[in-house]
Ligand binder design. Structure first.
Ligand code: ADP
Ligand code: MG
Length: 404
């Protein structure tokens, strides 16, 4: 028995698939194709909305968007999620409350960019993706960011050219997800999808919005970052995510700080909080921020093996203090460790979604199989696996060979 890894599409494959959906839907060829990646977070979970740092990498798995500008103010959208169900309407209809489901993610960036003063007109777009959907790997941000990049170039906004502009594009995508799709996110997903570089993790600091590239060379260390999609139904919009955010905001208010990032003395802060649950939530956030700082130093120094225990500690904190894991995530992490992983933890928002395991490169098949068997023994749905080779942020494809 062996386990199949979900492959990432090359520029050529993604471009061809997007062009094929385009041709079948609209006929002819699109003006261009743009792609943006999903992401996996190494460490720093549920800290973005607390003004803290996180250390995600862009996955090699991307969403591809074919786009052509129209002369009128109409929009047509099609996606591989529902290839025979073309959405067609007026640009003005794409707004909070005006569109639902995947159309909110796919069309929303047009509204968010226009709202930020960037002139966007009518367009046709066809979307295909190899980012696993609803796996906590941010297929949602991949769609938004690929569409935002496509609109940027199609309408000559010039934002994709530098990091400051990409930050503006990420902001538009964050507003898309929060206001058009109605799913509040902290900003990590869109930032890494647009601002990452290949072979680097991205240290995002939500205190000031800064982003630093941190070289990540797993190959030289003989390691792999194995992603386990638990296939557990995950949903951030059932109120749990909002509830965690609200608790953190209440705690910050009680402590008299703007965000929990400003807490410097954890014990003193905990002593001031009236509620046991709130104390545990705060302890997760403050200790997780410290773990990101230590982990970033280790990655910078190439001491990747030493990252393992931090992943384990992060998972324990998310399980017992923040209470955002679930059976599938705990089983995946435990089975990966028993099979020799150097460390493992849930990644993303939790309540399902994916886990990561840092493993010796040669043990990917054995660890994956052990996780698969542990799921089968417990009667859980079969998990899926992929490798997180840090890829580049979103761009037009195919890339020219002189681009990094
Ligand atoms: P995740 O981001 O973890 O994959 P979310 O629930 O945040 O999960 O986002 C999934 C949603 O993103 C889908 O329900 C859909 O609306 C949108 N989406 C993802 N992939 C595509 C796609 N290929 N085409 C259109 N919309 C997509
Ligand atoms: Mg998402």
């Amino acid at each position: 028995m062996s386990v199949t890894l979900i492959p990432a599409w090359s520029d050529e494959e993604g471009t061809q698939r997007a062009a094929a959906l385009w041709a079948a839907t609209f006929g002819g060829r699109p003006d261009g194709v743009w792609a943006a990646p999903g992401r996996v977070n190494i460490i720093g979970e549920h800290v973005d909305y607390n003004g803290g740092p996180c250390l995600p990498v862009a996955l090699p798995h991307r969403t591809f968007v074919a786009m052509t500008r129209r002369d009128d103010q109409q929009v047509r959208l099609v996606s591989d999620l529902a290839p025979h169900d073309v959405w067609s309407g007026a640009l003005a209809q794409i707004a909070p409350g005006g569109v639902r489901g995947w159309v909110a993610y796919a069309g929303g960036p047009a509204w968010a960019l226009a709202q930020a003063g960037h002139p966007v007109g009518g367009f046709d777009a066809a979307i295909v993706s190899c980012v696993p959907l609803g796996a906590g790997l941010s297929s949602s941000a991949a769609v938004e960011c690929a569409v935002a990049l496509a609109l940027d170039e199609t309408f000559g906004l010039g934002l994709g050219a530098d990091d400051a502009g990409r930050r503006a594009l990420a902001d538009a995508c964050i507003r898309t997800e929060a206001q058009v799709a109605g799913a509040n996110t902290g900003g990590m997903d869109q930032s890494v999808s647009l601002r990452a570089q290949a072979d680097h993790a991205l240290l995002l600091d939500f205190r000031d919005g800064s982003a630093q590239q941190v070289p990540l060379d797993l190959t030289t260390s003989g390691l792999e970052l194995l992603v386990i999609d638990t296939r557990a139904p995950h949903s951030l919009d059932d109120g749990q995510y909002a509830e965690r955010r609200a608790t953190c905001e209440q705690a910050a208010a009680l402590l008299g700080v703007g965000t929990l990032r400003e807490v410097t003395d954890l014990d003193a802060a905990l002593a001031q909080l009236p509620d046991a649950v709130m104390r545990r939530r705060v302890r997760h956030v403050v200790t997780e921020i410290a773990r990101v700082e230590v982990c970033t130093g280790l990655v910078r120094d190439g001491r990747l093996r030493d990252v393992g225990p931090l992943l384990d500690a992060s998972h324990a904190s998310l399980r017992t203090d923040y209470e955002v894991t679930c059976v599938e995530l705990d089983v995946a992490v435990e089975a990966a460790r028993s099979a020799g992983a150097l460390g493992a933890r849930m990644t993303g928002g939790g309540f399902g979604g994916s886990a990561i395991a840092l493993v010796e490169a040669g043990t990917v098949p054995a660890v994956s199989l052990a996780v698969q068997e542990a799921f089968a023994v417990r009667g859980l749905a079969e998990p899926a696996f992929l490798l997180a080779h840090a890829g580049p942020g979103g761009a037009r494809v195919p890339r020219r060979s002189d681009e990094s």
